[in-house]
Design a protein around this ligand. Structure first.
Ligand code: ANZ
Ligand code: ZN
Length: 882
């Protein structure tokens, strides 16, 4: 352990004694202002804190310390996103109990967080795998079920035919093989639980506009994910249909371009459309067509780009131009139509849509005919088909709509269709309902019982939580692990009392994390998921800091569940729209320094390199490696261990370094070598405390008042105020934490420059240093506290933690009436004299008298004869006789 770590371990217990176990004594000072809820994305307890964690938690810790010093009532909780596959895998591999594995990881990580001084509200901690937490996750599931927002539907899963088990997508490699058995993974249909997030698609999309303090990039990602399209549903009647199982003779198409209705030349149905299903019973070549295209469907659901189509022998009519006056429109089955989007039926406009164009040309080649209806606004411009204009007009093929612009035609056509009952305006969303069933062990059991007579029966409230059964030595075989535990599966139906079976799926872990910030407001409540009163007083989250990798799923699910809980009045009221997070801050990644062998491109390990000189060489050669910064990974040998860094340099230096290297939203290139600059700064602060403390009077003395400051003092005073102002701003809205560190360094140098100047009073030096120690305490609490202790001890003042201090107010700058004069004696500058600006216009002999009143005046002029005196702004010259 080196000196810095000794300091860390000196202060941690002292703070704990003052802060009831926390790490920040300020927490014991009653707040005077409103609540501020600072949240960071809680970690998965893998057992190892990495630099990404260190970065995000340092950011939220320093901001929280600042907010507390400002007097705010800050909530800064931490917890554990503790369910999930890694624990389960570790359990299978080591025959360990995932609960034990998880809780030992939690204690390790908690200790690592303490090492870098993160001060969280541990009294609010939640652990998602704890029954006292997942009881309420299950309750939320049941509430969703009660409101028709949780339902069962058949969906595909990955099935490993050798291990006889369900696999998560991550367990299937790129070739579609199981990670463990190597078997080719099969798709199987299984009844699974879905949550109706699509019911909230419109609100989730619209309310993005109210999130003024979210990064636009994140809002755009969410918008794209939700994928709202404005358009219309248009009904096409089948001509002389003889369908049996499908009892409607209307095909509804969703289109974003109702203005192109007159250019429709075919309709295309998805392969799983009921009409295609019916017809394929009797048509073997259609069967072949469907199965050929269904089999080619890959593991991931990418959009098939095939232009293939199969004519179904059916015709439909255009609602605005019915048969027989209008054309009979052929109906195809086509793989490019997505069954789950819109109505699974497309109105094909070869003249105006690229995909429809390709489809059409593929069918008819050179003899394909076209019916363009939209032309450029400027009719002299020639265009190629397909023509997909942003600004255009309808042509003569459109009867009464000819001449209208695209938006005008859309309005008019939809209006006419509505009048005829053949169409209406609508919106479509790309987002799908949320599949939450996992055929895994380590998750919250779905609180449902299946009864032969009553069907799906929710577990009654009084029987919650449905406990995850304890297992010794999980085996990763045979479907849902819970399904093999007879004691778990077999139960009585809560409704009729007959033998029944429990649902054996567990919930997606995103469900656990979709509401943890609400639980933090009331973490120990065993009567409710949280009290409405507490949630209302603490929500919404004011700042949420975390990785941009959660921009879509986690944040969308959190918004969905929060809005749902808001709608059922579990929290909030009419004044909110149930949005849980006011401001979102996405921190950048941490990249590691990577050494590459220039010829082969091989990643080099540290032991292959020679760091002894000013340049790095590959050991035993004169070859310099290529150096880049890349995402840290084992294969690139570019990882860095935060614990090691803290051991070496201490928590303060590590924290300051991580903030200093890059703005918080940028990628941070981690280069441990650069930490020396920060160390030098921290050492300087300590030595300033020693020097200034040494020179401070042992008895309290009255500080010089601001009006009496000379030019030097005024400048130092004003600088201190400027830096306080700048640091305050940076900690405030802009969160420009890298400039905070450079401000600290500049202010430190500023004080150091004045420390040996006899014209600067010791009381001002001392108060300047105190200000510095106060404003740097959020980032470097150990150094602040240590320097403060030195300063106090030298003055025989009993120790008081500086972490309790209020954040200093910026005092008004002092208008400078003082001027620094360089004093020349016989043509050479000998010293600087600080005096009132008015000296320039004073009688020179009076000025001489004043100068003689100073130490320097006596030393350099003394009783010598003065032959000439020149006084100018910033300059005085005395010519002395022999
Ligand atoms: C006629 C048309 C003419 C269209 C035109 C586009 C351009 P977005 O914007 O992504 O919502 N469509 C509708 N349902 C579909 C399905 N199930 N599978 C594949 N494509 C489908 O896309 C909406 C457009 O995609 C719709 O507007 C429809 O083609 C097609 F010049 O209708 B359009
Ligand atoms: Zn029953």
């Amino acid at each position: 352990m080196n000196g810095k770590r000794i300091l860390d371990s000196k202060w941690i217990p002292k703070w704990k004694a003052l802060a009831k176990g926390g790490l920040n004594p300020r927490k014991a000072v009653p707040p005077t202002k409103s609540k501020v809820y600072n949240l960071t994305m809680f970690p998965y307890p893998s057992g190892m804190l990495h630099l990404g964690h260190l970065r995000v938690y340092t950011i939220s810790d320093v901001v929280t310390r600042f907010n507390r010093m400002k007097g705010y009532d800050v909530i800064h909780p931490m917890g554990w996103d503790a369910f999930g596959l890694p624990a389960e895998n570790a359990a299978v591999e080591r025959k360990a109990n995932p609960a034990v594995w998880t809780s030992s990881n939690i204690s390790k990580m908690k200790a690592q967080m303490e090492m870098f001084l993160a001060d969280f509200d541990w009294e609010r901690a939640v652990t998602t795998c704890d029954p006292s937490y997942y009881k309420w996750t299950q309750k939320i599931f049941l509430l969703l079920h009660e409101h028709g927002l949780a339902y069962r539907k058949k969906a595909e899963i990955n099935w490993d035919p050798i291990d006889m088990t369900v696999l998560a997508n991550e367990q299937v490699d790129d070739e579609g093989r199981s990670w463990r058995s190597g078997a080719l993974v099969e798709k199987r249909l299984l009844e699974q639980w879905f949550l109706g997030i699509t019911n909230y698609a419109s609100a989730l999309n619209k309310d993005l506009d109210t999130l003024k303090e979210w990064p636009n990039s994140v809002k755009t990602m969410q918008r794209n994910w939700i994928g709202e399209s404005q358009g219309a549903n248009i009904d096409f009647k089948l001509i002389g249909s003889k369908l049996v199982t499908v009892d409607s003779d209307v095909l509804t198409c969703f289109t974003t371009r109702p203005d192109t209705l007159h250019s429709v030349q075919f309709l295309a149905l998805a392969l799983d459309h009921p009409i295609v299903k019916e017809l394929s019973f009797v048509d073997i070549s259609l069967q072949d067509f469907v199965s050929k295209h269904s089999n080619s469907k890959s593991n991931v659901t990418t959009e098939p780009d095939t232009k293939d189509g199969y004519f179904l022998g059916l015709f439909a009519e255009n609602p605005l131009d019915p048969y027989p006056d209008g054309d009979a429109i052929p109906v195809y089955a086509a793989p490019y139509v997505i069954g789950s989007y819109g109505s699974g039926c497309v109105m094909g406009c070869p003249s105006h849509d690229a995909r429809d164009y390709e489809f059409w040309v593929d069918k008819f080649g050179d003899s394909a005919e076209f019916k363009p209806t939209v032309v450029p606004a400027d009719s002299s411009v020639e265009v190629d088909l397909p023509f997909r204009p942003k600004e255009g007009r309808l042509n003569e093929n459109t009867g009464k709509y000819a001449g209208l612009t695209v938006p005008e035609a859309q309005e008019a056509i939809v209006k006419d269709l509505e009048a005829k009952g053949l169409g209406h305006k609508t919106k479509q969303y790309r987002i799908r309902d949320w599949l939450i069933s996992r055929q895994r062990y380590w998750g919250a059991p779905i609180p449902i019982i299946h009864c032969n007579s009553c069907g799906v029966v929710p577990v009654p409230d009084e029987d919650l939580p449905v406990l995850l059964p304890q297992v010794e030595g999980l085996v990763g075989k045979g479907g849902s692990p819970l399904g093999q535990l007879e004691e778990f599966v077999n139960c009585k139906c809560p409704k009729c009392g007959s033998d029944a079976k429990r649902d054996t799926d567990t919930m997606d872990t995103f469900m656990d994390s979709s509401w943890y910030f609400l639980r933090y407001t009331d973490p120990t409540n065993d009567k409710e998921m949280f009290s409405k009163e507490l949630a209302d007083s603490l929500m919404p989250v004011d700042k949420y800091i975390g990785g941009v990798e959660h921009a879509i799923l986690h944040l969308l699910y959190s918004r969905f569940i929060s809005k749902f809980l808001h709608d059922i009045k579990a929290w909030g009221g009419d004044h909110t729209n149930g949005e849980p997070i006011k401001r979102l801050i996405t921190q950048g990644m941490v990249h590691g320094k990577t050494f590459i062998e220039p010829k082969t491109g091989r990643f080099l390990q540290k032991h292959e390199l020679d760091f002894s000189g000013s340049k790095v060489f590959i050991k035993g050669t004169t070859v310099e490696p290529e150096i880049t910064y890349e995402k840290m990974s084992k294969s690139k040998h570019n990882g860095a261990d935060p614990a090691e860094c803290i051991q070496k340099y201490g928590a303060d230096a590590t924290r300051a370094h991580i903030l200093f290297q890059a703005p918080i939203t940028d990628t941070l290139n981690w280069d441990e070598g650069k930490i020396v600059g920060v160390q030098r700064w921290l050492n300087k602060v300590i030595s300033l405390a020693e020097t200034i403390g040494e020179r401070s009077p042992k008895e309290p003395e009255e500080a010089k008042s601001n009006e009496d400051f000379n030019a030097k003092e005024t400048q130092l005073f004003n600088n201190v105020q400027d830096y306080i102002g700048s640091v305050t701003d940076s900690f405030g809205y802009s969160l420009s934490l890298n400039t905070v560190i450079s401000d600290y360094m500049k202010l430190t140098n500023n004080i150091a420059d004045n420390v040996n100047d006899p014209q600067v009073s010791i009381s001002l030096l001392k108060s300047s240093l105190e200000k510095l120690l106060t404003i740097m305490s959020p980032v470097a609490p150990v150094t602040s506290e240590e320097a403060n202790e030195i300063l106090l001890a030298k003055q025989n003042i009993p120790w008081q933690s500086i972490l309790k201090a209020d954040w200093p107010e910026v005092e008004p700058r002092i208008e400078n009436t003082q001027m620094n004069f360089s004093v020349m004696i016989n043509g050479k500058v000998r010293f600087v004299f600080s005096g009132d600006k008015s000296l320039v216009v004073k009688d020179p002999t009076e000025v001489l008298d004043i100068v003689l009143g100073t130490e320097n005046g006596q030393k350099h002029i003394g009783s010598k004869e003065v032959k000439r005196i020149i006084i100018k702004p910033k300059m005085m010259s005395f010519v002395l006789g022999k």
